[in-house]
Write a protein that binds this ligand. Structure first.
Ligand code: DC
Length: 213
């Protein structure tokens, strides 16, 4: 079973995907980390993020073994990842790797922005996770404060809005729900309730697949 999870920044899709993968015993790929890894390579080499040829090269030579570094999860890398992710040749360079991951005989959970639309259009289950920009900013703000990073709420909200605009407005694989995705709005849900709702969507979809009779 392939589960595709998409949604905007700080929608909670990462936590949900991890928990769904553990629940159903499936491997999980956080595809945002791939773009963050490309952004890190560009920043470390002192290259401008808009240099499409260099970014594509960084994507082709990305070392997956280095993607669990804490620095990749920070706000600076998220913003930089959103810039390199708008380069079509970067997306193309990362396509095969993601499709190979999804071809695991056990199945897989992948989360990102274009999993249901581009990477795994035939996924068994597609969930588009959303929450209002204000609620996402509140969660991100709390998370940053918990890590001792004092950032003004308005700054976090501005960052989220800018990222939404860039990820949704680019021409190559923009963020959008696949036509056959189930929408999961987590604005009023805590993580437990969101997880239960996601499990119910997966079970519903599987039940609907069983031939009648
Ligand atoms: O999910 P995230 O915040 O880690 O993603 C960081 C950036 O990477 C995001 O702003 C857009 C880009 N991204 C993408 O374009 N496609 C994906 N499948 C995953 C992430």
């Amino acid at each position: 079973m392939i589960i595709a999870i998409d949604g905007p920044a700080a929608s909670g899709k990462g936590t949900l995907s991890k928990r769904l993968a553990a629940h159903f015993g499936l491997p999980h790929l956080d595809t945002g980390l791939l773009y963050r890894g490309v952004a890190r390579a560009m920043l470390d080499a002192g290259l401008p993020l808009e240099d499409a040829a260099a970014a594509a090269r960084a994507a082709r030579t990305l070392d997956l073994a280095t993607l669990d570094e804490a620095r990749l999860r920070g706000a600076e890398m998220g913003e930089a990842a959103s810039v390199v992710a708008a380069v079509p040749s970067v997306r193309e360079a990362l396509l095969d790797l993601q499709r190979r991951f999804a071809a695991d005989p056990r199945g897989a959970v992948l989360d990102g922005r274009d999993i249901g639309t581009v990477i795994c259009p035939d996924a068994d289950v597609k969930i588009f996770v959303t929450a209002s920009a204000e609620e996402r900013a509140r969660r991100r703000h709390r998370e940053l404060a918990g890590r001792g990073e004092a950032v003004a709420f308005e700054t976090v909200l501005d960052d989220i809005r800018r990222r939404d605009a860039r990820d949704g407005g680019r021409s190559s694989a923009p963020l959008r729900a696949a036509r056959d995705a189930r929408l999961l709005d987590t604005t009023a849900l805590d993580i437990e309730a969101a997880f239960r709702a996601a499990v119910a969507i997966v079970q519903d979809t599987k039940a609907a697949d069983v031939p009648a009779g």
